[in-house]
Design a protein around this ligand. Sequence first.
Ligand SMILES: Nc1ncnc2c1ncn2[C@@H]1O[C@H](COP(=O)(O)OP(=O)(O)OP(=O)(O)O)[C@@H](O)[C@H]1O
Ligand SMILES: N[C@@H](CCO)C(=O)O
Length: 321
Amino acid sequence: MAVYTDISEEELDGLLDQYDLGQALSCKGIAEGVENSNYLLHTEAGYYILTLYEKRVSEEDLPFFLGLMEHLETGGFMSPRPIAAKDGASLKKVAGRPAAIIEFLDGRSIKRVTPQHCTLLGQALARLHTIGSDFKMTRANTLSLSSWRPLYEACLKSDDNTLNTQLFPEIESEITFLESHWPADLPSGVIHADLFPDNIFFLKDKVSGVIDYYFACNDYFAYDLAICVNAWCFENDGSFNITKARKLLNGYRDVRAFSKKELEFLPLLCRGAAVRFLLTRLYDWLNQVDGALVRPKDPLEYLKKLQFHQAVKNVAAYGLD
Ligand SMILES: Nc1ncnc2c1ncn2[C@@H]1O[C@H](COP(=O)(O)OP(=O)(O)OP(=O)(O)O)[C@@H](O)[C@H]1O
Ligand SMILES: N[C@@H](CCO)C(=O)O
C-alpha cells in the first residue's frame, strides 16, 4: 500500500476549502501503487482520487502530467480529468507535498490478462499516441538510456545483501550494449511509459480508464509498446505468451501503423524497457523507505524478461510476420 504522507483533518479541510467539492465525508489511503500517496476521497460532491506527489515526481513536471490528462480527456481518451480549484488551478499543496484531486474512474484493473485484453490495450495505447500527438507541452524521458548507467551505479553502492549481486555484471554489459545500439529517429511523441495492468481499468469488456501518467514523456512510440510487451505478455511462471504479444501488436496497428524500422528495433526496445524496470525495481529494493506502506516489486522478474529478449532474433518472436 503506498501512503508515504499522512494528511491531518485540518490539512484536508484546508485543501477542500479551495474547491467547490463540499466537505470531506471520508478520505482513505489506497492499497495499490508504489510511487505516490493516493487517497480515495469522498466529498459531498462525489468520489475523487487525491494524489500527493512523492519521490520520483518532480514538481516542475506536474503541469505536463496534469495538462496531458486534461488534453487526452478532452480528445475523447479515457483519462481522468484533474479537478480545477476555485482559482482555476489543478495543482495544490497539502501536508507539504504537491497534490491534485483527480476525477474517479469506474472499472477495475484485471488480475488475469487474456489475449482479448491485449487487443484492447494495443488499441488504447495507439489512441493515446494519436490523441497525444498534438499536446503542446513536452517532457524528456528522465528514465531513458542515459539514466540507466547512473541508476546502476547508485545500486552498486548499496550494502544490502538480500539480492544476488552476481547479476550486476550482466546488467552492466547489457547497458553497454544498449548504449551502442539504441536507435535514432524512430517515430516519437507523448508516451505513457508505465502502462502496466494496474494502470488500465476495464468495464464490461471495454477499457474504461487509463491512469497514472506520472512517467509520461516524449519518446519513441515503439518503446511504449515494448514496455507493454514486458508488462502484459509474460505469464507468472516467466514464460512468454506469443498470442498475447500478437494481439497487443495487432490491436495497436488497428489504430496506428508501424514503420518497418519500428518493427526491426522492437526486440532491442524490449531489452531497454526490461532494463529500465529492472533498475528502478532494484533501486527501490535496495533503498526501502522506513515506515512507508509499500511493498517493493521483484527486480529479478525483469532480469528474466531481459534474458528472453536477448535471445530474440526478429519480430516473428512476438507473433508478427
Ligand atoms: N482516477 C482514478 N479513478 C479510480 N481509481 C484510481 C484513479 N487513480 C488511481 N486510482 C486508484 O489508486 C491506485 C493507485 O494509483 P496509481 O497507479 O496512480 O498510483 P502510483 O503510486 O502512481 O502507482 P504505480 O505504482 O502504478 O506507479 C490505483 O491502482 C487505483 O486503484
Ligand atoms: N510499474 C512499475 C512501478 C511503478 O513505476 C513496476 O512495475 O516496476
